[in-house]
Design a protein around this ligand. Structure first.
Ligand code: ATP
Ligand code: MG
Length: 568
């Protein structure tokens, strides 16, 4: 189901606060919390994606709103999948989005404290060493409809448990042979409370603690206590953790430590997008894309390379709001966010794709005139630039028809059009090749009609863009489109995977001719190519050749195609 309506409105003048703000207000008023301390807790097992951006905007945003603080904490308890490369990319991405953490932490910094707390629970009879293997543990756990069975090792004495646990830590047992479990309730309707595993034996090299440990804490055992150590007051997480909350609470209460409040919100799902790190990793590893920062990826680094601005992503997050129920957001809302922002801030440039030569037959031989072009009609302060105009131009082949219907307001034989920032021209003839294709358009210009100084009183319906042939700079353009061809790539028929839904036309590379000003553009600079869309200079650019990525076309063309049944 696609929800394209706003869950909450974007600006700070919105009449009602969202449910998390209401919960915070209530706790502050009741004295249950004495401030707002949040955290963003990624596991460094991949690059961040647009879903994480929602969580980042929420956690850092709440700290800003309430004058509190927000930490960045790496939840690095699963060494087999974690890497320093991911840690660094995550820090880059958070900063790029415009946020700065108050302090930086790693769950692995708490391994020592967590171990001590585990011994404490053992001594209090609240945890035990269990010799069941993974499969047996699963069997004993029961199901949603059947209670579990107690482990035969559940009633070991505290002394025996302590000794065994110390031996686990000392590396005296093979991987997977024993676990430490919390002693809660094997009949609980909540499966997470059926004596959850706290520690597993796993000889894996950790990106920070190296080979110091051969037992690693499970996520639930590490997460709440890490929050507690940092004095987090509101631990905000996605809905799938709702039924972990009783366990989160049980650990904090049993240890008698500072007890943050966990609040769950709906994770972001978006049409035409996969959002799981596992699937994104697969796209990278199997070379369906060119790395994590491929401009088609929904990763923050991909969106950055695609040309998205941090503002547009923050505006998107504000626009979609925060809800308690899962829904799928139309990707058009993300695309509109960047259109809306770039329309306000991006300089305009004239760039011609698929060029056709246009000769002005009454233009003085060899004359070049500099004309003033407005950089951004939405922003007067952006000023103007000079663009060379001459008797030989390129226009887009699309903008010319030898014969055209009445409603065709671009250039046609016998018709007139304004050249943006230049003159009105009249087309009187064409030149064709042997096959009858038009290869040159012959026009005259009307000297009275120069843009900004037009005293002719002439009116024409259309304005088209152009570049001067002798001054045009060839550029490479990577026209990116959606990576998936269907709304919900996760939904697959039997025998299919999400990869079967990849859009075969998600990238087409073309050459184009740009006005000479483009030479000064540097990697990361964003422009509106007039009448076409928004483009960014890719870091692959060299001094010899600028490479541009299409961020978004000016208008959404997918809506029309779907309406016409052109996509599946
Ligand atoms: P994935 O399921 O994509 O692998 P994850 O939840 O395992 O993601 P974490 O690194 O554990 O990724 O997530 C860090 C934080 O970002 C968590 O608080 C998590 O709830 C939040 N988060 C992850 N995905 C989304 C999403 N799609 N929408 C909102 N928040 C998200
Ligand atoms: Mg996770």
């Amino acid at each position: 189901m696609t929800d394209s309506s706003s869950e909450t409105s974007a600006d700070s003048s919105r009449p009602t606060k969202h449910f998390i703000e209401q919960a915070i207000d209530a706790d502050l008023a009741a004295g249950k919390a004495n401030g707002v301390v949040t955290r963003f807790p990624p596991e460094p097992n991949g690059y961040l994606h647009i879903g994480h951006a929602k969580s980042i905007c929420l956690n850092f945003g709440l700290a800003n709103t309430y004058g509190g603080t927000c930490n960045l904490r790496f939840d690095d308890t699963n060494p087999s999948k974690e890497e320093t490369e991911y840690v660094e990319s995550i820090m880059d991405d958070v900063r790029w989005l415009g946020f700065q953490w108050d302090s930086l932490h790693y769950a692995s910094d708490y391994f020592g404290q967590l171990y001590e707390w585990a011994e404490k629970l053992i001594q209090e009879g609240l945890a035990y060493v269990c010799d069941l293997n993974a499969e047996q543990t699963r069997e004993y756990r029961g199901t949603l409809t059947e209670p579990g069975k107690n482990s035969p090792y559940r009633d070991r004495s505290a002394t025996e448990n302590l000794e065994l646990f110390r031996k686990m830590k000392a590396g005296e047992f093979p991987d997977g042979s024993r676990t430490l479990r919390a002693k809660i309730d094997m009949a609980s309707p909540n499966l997470n409370l059926r004596d959850p595993v706290m520690y597993r034996i796993m000889r894996a090299h950790h990106h920070r603690t190296g080979d110091d440990w051969c037992i690693y804490p499970m996520y639930d055992w590490a997460h709440g206590q890490s929050d507690s150590i940092e004095g987090i007051t509101f631990s905000i997480c996605t809905l799938e953790f709702e039924n972990h909350r009783p366990l989160y609470n049980w650990y904090c209460q049993s240890l008698g430590i500072h007890h943050p409040r966990q609040i769950e919100f709906a994770r972001l799902n978006m049409t035409y997008t996969v959002m799981s790190k596992r699937k994104l990793l697969q796209l990278v590893k199997e070379n369906h894309v060119n790395g994590w920062d491929d401009p088609r990826m929904p990763t923050i680094s991909g969106l950055r390379r695609r040309g998205y601005t941090p503002e547009s992503i923050r505006n998107f997050a504000a626009d979609i709001g925060v809800a308690k129920f899962n829904s799928t957001i139309d990707v058009v809302r993300l695309e509109n966010a960047v259109r809306e922002h770039l329309n306000r801030v991006a300089s305009r440039r004239m760039v011609v794709f698929d060029p056709i030569k246009l000769t002005i037959t009454n233009w003085p031989e060899g004359k070049v005139e500099m004309v003033d072009a407005i950089n951004n009609p939405e922003d007067e302060a952006a000023g103007t630039r000079s663009v060379p105009f001459s008797g030989t131009l390129y226009i887009g082949a699309d903008d010319f028809r030898e014969e055209a219907p009445r409603k065709f307001f671009r250039l046609k034989k016998g018709g007139a059009v304004r050249l943006r920032s230049g003159y009105i021209i009249d087309c009187h003839d064409v030149v064709k090749d042997d096959d009858g294709n038009v290869i040159e358009v012959l026009c005259t210009y009307d000297p009275e009609t120069k843009s900004g100084q037009d005293s002719s009183g002439r009116k024409v319906k259309g304005t088209i863009h152009w570049v001067s042939a002798d001054h045009a700079i060839p550029i490479e353009v990577r026209n990116y489109d959606r990576l998936f061809a269907v709304e919900n790539p996760d939904q697959t028929a039997e025998g299919q995977t999400f990869l079967d839904h990849l859009n075969p036309d998600s990238l087409s590379v073309t050459e184009a001719f740009a006005e000479p000003e483009i030479k000064t553009a540097e990697a990361g600079d964003r422009f509106q190519f007039e009448r076409l869309g928004y483009y960014v200079v890719d870091p692959d650019s060299t001094d010899k050749q600028r490479v541009f990525n299409r961020i978004v076309p000016l208008r959404d063309s997918w809506g029309n195609m779907v309406a016409k049944g052109k996509t599946n």
